[in-house]
Design a protein around this ligand. Structure first.
Ligand code: IPD
Ligand code: CA
Ligand code: CA
Length: 268
């Protein structure tokens, strides 16, 4: 399997998918549905996923495709399969906030080997192939060199149902990181947040309860850009885990000192 050839094709597809997203974002109405409790989804999520699914199927007919909008809780047993988030940042999209992305990863068991995160509204396309580095619009990217948390810009988000999950501790951790860093951003597209760590705009990111399609492509970007990705306790990360910390590596110990202190419950 030639991953770089597959990447070339995926980059063409994601740009077309980005045109669908852009068209609706600026020019066309779309329907909003309640997916589960307070989780929202739109026509556009479905349309993009259908487009990617059909075309990626043609590219790699033997690989299973798991997209957010038709995930049925099935066990992942294949060696190679795709994880797709057709629209990461749906709530932003609904409010016409241009902080959204399309995230596509090819997995080898639980490790991404190819990842693309594209924000069609800013026209920034981040991509990586395992062991071949990470790129933004054709130029190599790397994580930041910040060594001190006081100089760091961090990023996180909260799950939509955070009220239900008893999230007081999350907010305390958010507050503490705000106080000890140059600030914490909370924009609402985890895939894009990870891409921003990869290119050195953010120095660190953490979040609980993300789904595999939120983080698979982004984690590869961070690793290929020289950063580190673990769970809240410093254990090596895979997208099926409950917690994620991504950083430039230099700040990692400092970040997990706090994530592990505030959230010992995730160790169970
Ligand atoms: C969401 C975004 C957000 C994160 C949520 C995700 P969606 O994905 O990645 O940043 O905080 O937990 O569900 O629903 O917009 O694809
Ligand atoms: Ca998502
Ligand atoms: Ca989504």
């Amino acid at each position: 399997m030639n991953l770089e050839e597959i990447l070339r094709e995926v980059l063409i597809l994601v740009k077309i998918a980005g045109k669908i997203l852009t068209k609706f974002f600026y020019y066309q109405d779309f329907k909003v549905y309640i997916k589960k409790e307070i989780e929202l989804v739109t026509d556009v999520d479905f349309e993009i996923e259908d487009f990617l699914r059909k075309n990626i199927r043609r590219l790699t007919p033997d690989f299973n495709i798991i997209g957010e909008e038709n995930f049925k809780n099935e066990e992942i047993t294949e060696k190679y399969y795709w994880l797709i988030d057709p629209l990461d940042g749906t709530v932003n999209f609904i409010h016409r906030v241009p902080w959204v992305s399309i995230s596509i990863a090819l997995m080898d068991e639980k490790s991404p080997v190819l990842g693309v995160v594209y924000n069609p509204l800013s026209k920034e396309c981040f991509y990586a192939v395992k062991n071949k580095g990470a790129y933004l619009n054709g130029l190599p990217i790397k994580v930041s060199e910040k060594e001190k948390i006081e100089k760091a810009l961090l990023c996180t988000s909260f799950p939509g149902d955070c009220k239900k999950k008893g999230f007081e501790k999350c907010f305390l951790l958010f507050k503490e990181f705000n106080l000890i860093s140059q600030g914490v951003r909370r924009f609402g597209s985890a895939a894009l947040d990870l891409a921003y760590v990869a290119c050195g705009r953010y120095d660190g990111f953490w979040e609980p309860y993300l789904k595999p399609w939120d983080t698979a492509a982004g984690m590869l970007l961070v690793k290929e850009a020289g950063g580190l990705v673990t769970d809240y306790f410093g254990n090596s990360y895979n997208p099926f885990l409950n917690t994620i910390v991504a950083s430039n590596g230099l700040l990692h110990q400092e970040l997990i000192k706090y994530t592990s202190k505030y959230h010992p419950e995730f160790l169970k």
